[in-house]
Ligand binder design. Structure first.
Ligand SMILES: [Zn+2]
Ligand SMILES: [Zn+2]
Length: 142
């Protein structure tokens, strides 16, 4: 539990369980994390899971992403400002590296004097499984 120690966080069973869940399921929502932690530890309140995730987010142990219209998701891959592909149908999310460089996309065409420290890009679409399941002629018409 090096991550917790490095962040100055006390090691508790729910914290360790949340880390384990996020290792297996990157981009999990609070609901998904809570269900998996309960499967492991028994009764843990959703509020307790929120508290753990908030403490982790503040300490930089996890990154919170919040695609528009979707619940917040959490992942252990922090600090590299990677982007996401999100499926409109099933909500699956995948990581996308930026092609530009190590700290990608932090330079807007005009930053208007802001000091930018994060850019969040979400590519919305339909994931391969949902595309395979979708009827061939179901293309949305405007
Ligand atoms: Zn999908
Ligand atoms: Zn990610």
């Amino acid at each position: 539990m090096r991550l917790l120690a490095a962040a100055g966080l006390r090691v508790t069973a729910p914290r360790v369980a949340v880390l384990r869940v996020l290792e297996r399921r990157p981009h999990a929502t609070t609901e998904v994390v809570a269900a998996a932690v309960r499967a492991e530890l028994g009764a843990v309140s959703t509020q307790a899971i929120y508290d753990v995730l908030n403490a982790f987010t503040e300490a930089g142990v996890v990154r919170r992403i919040q695609p528009a219209g979707s619940p917040a998701r959490y992942e252990l891959r922090t600090g590299d400002n990677h982007h996401h592909l999100v499926c409109r149908v099933c909500g699956r999310a995948d990581d996308v590296d930026c092609a530009v460089g190590a700290v990608p996309c932090l330079e807007p065409s005009d930053a208007l004097g802001y000091r930018v420290d994060e850019a969040e890009v979400v590519y919305w679409g339909m994931c391969p499984s949902c595309r395979a399941a979708a009827p061939k002629n179901s293309k949305r018409r405007g």
